[in-house]
Design a protein around this ligand. Structure first.
Ligand SMILES: Nc1ncnc2c1ncn2[C@@H]1O[C@H](COP(=O)(O)OP(=O)(O)OP(=O)(O)O)[C@@H](O)[C@H]1O
Length: 668
């Protein structure tokens, strides 16, 4: 087997090197062509035709070349990687009715001969590559463009190829579990999440390749690979829908900027461009910036952790509160308008006609957009009558007069009216900080009252940490995006007093379009760490672990915080072998304190706050809520005695499950 495999590797490496050289050549030629096109443009542009046709043609030609150049650059990177490690798996598949099996090598990208007749390596996202992830030896099938292909897998192999050398080739009976997975998981982590193409598991593969469901909701225990799966799914969708989907059209809603940085490597590693990433809070602040600054969820969380819980914070995000708001908005259809006979120059429209338009013809249009619709109708009528277009300035004046029939068009004023009418005393004031609990109700009111342009540019949305979004936020997201979504999270990692089960309200919002999957196997941490973490929540758990072990998490007893910092200093020094170590605290204040103490004892660390943008290797100190989604080779948690309330226990669970190989805790 070894010689056969070595020979095939040699052949593939030769082909990859040839492709690489050709691509470098093409890149150079194309660059030269672009240069001469540029020269031609500057030498001749004064003589181009007056209508701009030649100018346009020139620009288009240059744009095409630029796109081609980007493509060549991507290809070059791909072939370069292939010269290092061209594939990682092989399946021999005997099609039904055939005698000899076809051999398929699976790698991070395609490698074909010049005419595309022979494929030396198949991209992991190709239909046939599904066989590698989904089946053991024996009967199998895959969906090809011409239909379902039945047959039998007669052989399956896994490889490790590094710097063009075959490190090992393994004949596997079983699915990709066991040795290679174990080895991948026991490696030290990094400051960026990495690609898992070589060891994608069957249940993960079914999520990555799901094309049937518009709204895919994945509940998965800590470390089950949700974020990894979501990003591989995007790579898969980009590969299969090249014509209709590009990376700029995919949006990831992430919990914070550090997380955005943490996930930024996977897609480029898979040969795709990076996607847009932002937090919903950032979006909301931008939308409400005309009213002033707003507090964010971390401000609110810190207040809760310091025992200063805003009384109605949770209620104002709930279904019941949305119902209150909806009822108020319905009443405003009468109370917020004063419909009268209308006249603008020669255009007249009696009150009854406007009322009929407002309450019958346009009843499906959001309230604040209705007068505009009526104005459009009147303008249309006038233009037909006079057989000429109305000036834009005139149109604006007419609309402005029409809009005067609203009592107010300002969402903040209406929201304040709602607060008063519903017996609440507080009011929001223009220019003053908006409390976090009012940010989304105000945005909901704004989006319900006025027409909201759907973000058609966004064609797929990924929502990570789904449990941290409230009912009202999902209702807003539904109004904002009309595209497929992948929604992932873990109810045990809720940043609130109660665990959020989004399944209590998502079916109501998305109906039959939604499909729910539960991932129960955890890959990140060792069995000892996961068992310890599960005990924190005192709940029956059906989580399965990969059979990987480490020392039992140890709780060191100390007399004071100073002694705790001393102990931690020693542990951090002993943990130098690790690439990432995290000191994970309950609050920012505690993180600041420990950072200072560690600094004093000569430990070099990064202190992360909610405004941090980057996550580095080495030692990081941060509150638990910023560590969400991240992972560290070793985790140290000070003051475990303070984790008592349900929220604090969930915080400790989050901290504990960030650890890959070692978890240490300290208690006074
Ligand atoms: N099939 C796999 N092969 C190798 N590693 C995997 C696999 N699945 C997950 N992992 C690893 O497990 C770790 C956890 O993955 P990921 O962060 O995607 O999980 P998660 O479910 O989003 O975690 P959490 O909810 O706890 O933040 C990562 O290091 C990832 O590389």
């Amino acid at each position: 087997m070894r010689i056969e495999e070595e020979n095939y590797l040699k052949l593939v490496l030769k082909k990859a090197a040839k492709k690489y050289a050709e691509t470098v050549q093409k890149l150079g030629d194309n660059a030269k062509d672009m240069e001469s096109m540029n020269d031609y443009f500057w030498e001749n542009y004064t003589e181009f035709d007056e209508f701009g046709y030649e100018m346009f043609d020139n620009k288009m030609a240059l744009k095409t070349r630029l796109t081609q150049q980007e493509e060549y650059q991507r290809d070059r990177k791909r072939y370069e990687k292939m010269m290092d490690s061209p594939y990682f798996g092989r399946v021999d598949f005997c099609y039904e009715g055939e005698e000899e099996p076809e051999v398929y090598y699976v790698g991070a990208g395609n490698l074909t001969d010049d005419h595309g007749q022979r494929a030396y390596v198949y991209d992991w996202r190709a239909p046939v590559s599904g066989l590698f992830y989904d089946y053991d030896k024996g009967q199998a099938q895959f969906t090809a463009p011409m239909g379902i292909m039945h047959g039998e897998i007669t052989r399956k192999r896994q490889y490790k190829i590094q710097e063009g050398k075959l490190m090992f080739a393994l004949e596997t009976e079983m699915n990709i579990d066991d040795e290679i997975l174990q080895q991948a998981l026991s490696e030290n982590g990094d400051n960026r999440l990495k690609s898992i193409v070589t060891t994608i598991q069957k249940e993960q593969n079914s999520i990555i390749r799901d094309l049937k469901h518009r709204i895919l909701v994945v509940q998965g225990c800590a470390g089950s690979g949700k974020t990894s799966v979501a990003l591989h799914r995007i790579a898969y969708l980009l590969y299969h829908n090249r014509e209709s989907l590009n990376a700029a059209q995919v949006l990831v809603l992430s919990p914070n900027s550090i997380f955005g940085d943490y996930i930024s490597r996977i897609l480029p590693e898979l040969g795709e461009e990076n996607i847009c990433e932002m937090t919903l809070d950032d979006y909301a602040y931008r939308e409400l910036s005309c009213y002033g600054e707003a507090l964010d969820k971390y401000d609110e969380l810190e207040a809760v952790l310091h025992g200063k819980r805003p009384e109605e914070a949770d209620y104002k995000q709930s279904r019941e509160f949305v119902q209150e708001l909806d009822l108020f908005l319905m009443q405003q259809e009468w109370e917020n308008v004063d419909i009268q006979d209308f006249q603008y120059k020669k255009i007249v429209c009696p009150e009854e006609k406007i009322s009929k338009f407002f309450y019958e013809t346009c009843c499906d249009v959001p309230m604040l957009a209705r007068m505009e619709k009526i104005a459009e109708y009147l303008i249309d009528e006038q233009e037909t009558l006079q057989n000429r277009d109305m000036e834009d300035e005139e149109k604006d004046k007419l609309l402005e007069k029409m809009n005067r029939m609203y009592v107010t068009r300002d969402p903040l004023e209406l929201y304040n009216r709602f607060l008063v009418e519903s017996g609440r005393e507080e009011q929001l004031i223009h220019g003053q900080e908006i409390p976090y609990e009012d940010v989304y109700p105000l945005l909901y009111l704004k989006y319900t009252m006025d027409e909201l342009p759907k973000r058609r540019r966004v064609k797929h949305v990924v929502i990570d940490e789904m449990q941290d979004y409230s009912y009202i936020q999902y209702r807003i997201l539904q109004k904002m995006f009309d595209c497929p979504m992948t929604i992932l999270g873990d109810c045990k990692q809720t940043m609130g007093e109660k665990q959020t089960n989004v399944m209590k309200f998502l079916p109501e919002i998305y109906g039959k379009e939604m499909f729910y999957i539960d991932m129960k196997k955890s890959y990140r941490s060792t069995c000892e760490i996961m068992e310890f973490a599960e005990q924190i929540l005192n709940k029956d758990s059906d989580t399965e672990y990969v059979d990987r072990h480490c020392e039992r998490p140890h709780i060191a007893q100390v007399k004071s915080e100073e002694q705790m910092a001393e102990c931690m200093t020693e542990d951090l020094r002993a943990g130098k072998v690790y690439r990432t170590q995290g000191v994970l605290c309950l609050t920012q204040e505690e993180a600041d304190r420990f950072y200072r103490m560690l600094e004093k004892s000569g430990i070099e660390a990064d202190l992360l706050t909610k405004d941090s943008m980057k996550f580095h290797t080495g030692i990081s100190v941060m509150p638990f809520y910023l560590a969400k989604g991240l992972e560290f080779d070793a985790v140290y948690v000070p003051n475990v005695q303070q984790y008592q309330s349900p929220l604090e226990k969930q915080a400790l669970y989050i901290n504990a499950t960030r650890a890959l190989h070692q978890l240490k805790l300290y208690e006074i």
